[in-house]
Design a protein around this ligand. Structure first.
Ligand SMILES: NC(=O)c1ccc[n+]([C@@H]2O[C@H](COP(=O)([O-])OP(=O)(O)OC[C@H]3O[C@@H](n4cnc5c(N)ncnc54)[C@H](OP(=O)(O)O)[C@@H]3O)[C@@H](O)[C@H]2O)c1
Length: 296
């Protein structure tokens, strides 16, 4: 494999035609790449075939048709099962597994590829299917820098925010789970906020227009908290943990009074209280990091 960036249309293969695999294959087709597809179950991707994709009869046939082989299935149990017999077929190709799973599964997949001298990139798709192929689509890649440099233009068909995060093969999975950790915590808080509003007789739709205020303060909180956590210093100049923990307590009690589930709020309060007990009452909320990494 050369390190010269690949600029002409690259024959690509997409294995897995679930919602995301179909979106990825569609973006490759849209960018003019000869695209071969394969899925375990028949009947998926008719629209892709109508647009010019070649449907391979077997996974091996699909792999042999592509210079870049993108795998997007439900998890690494599935991708491992598909790829296990394909070590020979993958020779000379770049395997790009964008299936989401645990960092250790990415490390194991990279080790499997390395034992067989297969160039390997482990990826993570950070946007919904509708955003794939647009300038806003964020996808992380880790592993073979040489492969990424060679096929960056090809991979960029999937998203404008195509980002290489390092040669440690699990790095994309770490970025993936870290962002999803933030997402699920946020969306759970959002739904609880609606539940609380409704329990007090206010429709969720009446609250929703004002949530942009909270969303809008998150970017500076993210960059500020990250800097504090990396520095290990949390000066609470704008707001302090002690006061904010009291606010959490108000939401908790008001919710409990309405018979709502408060387990998430109790967990938040527990971590905040532990940080306060360790002397962080006057520090920023980011100081709860100290309680997270050293739980009682
Ligand atoms: N959808 C999204 O918005 C989104 C966003 C970001 C990341 N992702 C990630 O993208 C990946 C795929 O998600 P998806 O939404 O496309 O899932 P999906 O629609 O549920 O499709 C699952 C895919 O996995 C295949 N599969 C499941 N078990 C298999 C097995 N044992 N052997 C072979 N193939 C198997 C399915 O094949 P069959 O058709 O034969 O069942 C199908 O192609 C996941 O890791 C997901 O986290 C998805």
């Amino acid at each position: 494999m050369s390190t010269t960036p690949h600029t002409s249309p690259t024959p690509v293969t997409v294995i897995g035609l679930g919602a995301m695999g179909r979106a990825l294959a569609g973006a490759f087709l849209g960018a003019g790449h000869p695209t071969t597809v394969w899925n375990r179950s028949p009947g998926k991707g008719e629209d892709l075939v109508a647009r010019g994709a070649v449907r391979a009869a077997t996974a091996e046939e699909a792999v042999r048709a592509g210079e870049v082989v993108v795998v997007c299935v439900v998890g690494y149990d599935a991708s491992d099962a598909i790829l296990a017999p394909l070590g020979d077929a993958l020779q000379g190709r770049v395997l790009v597994n964008v299936t989401s799973d645990l960092p250790d599964r990415a490390r194991a997949a990279a080790a499997w590829a390395a034992e067989r001298s297969i160039a390997y990139l482990d990826g993570a798709v950070m946007v919904p299917t509708a955003v794939i192929g647009t300038p806003d689509a964020l996808l992380f890649y880790a592993g073979s820098r040489e492969s990424f440099d060679t096929y960056e233009t090809t991979l960029r068909a999937l998203g404008g925010r195509t980002t290489f995060v390092g040669e440690e093969p699990a790095r994309a999975a770490v970025y993936d789970l870290s962002l999803l950790d933030f997402f699920y915590g946020s969306i759970s808080g959002l739904i609880h906020a609606f539940a609380f509003a409704k329990a007090e007789g206010v429709q969720a739709a009446d609250i929703a227009p004002y949530l942009d205020t909270i969303v809008g303060i998150m970017p500076p909180i993210a960059s500020g908290s990250a800097a504090e956590i990396d520095a290990g210093s949390y000066p609470g100049t704008e707001a302090n943990l002690g006061t904010m923990a009291a606010s959490v307590d108000h939401i908790l009690h008001a919710s409990r009074a309405r018979g709502l589930d408060v387990s998430q709020l109790e967990a938040i309060k527990k971590v905040a209280d532990l940080a306060i007990a360790r002397g962080h009452a006057k520090d920023d909320w980011a100081s709860t990091y100290e309680a997270l990494v050293k739980p009682a």
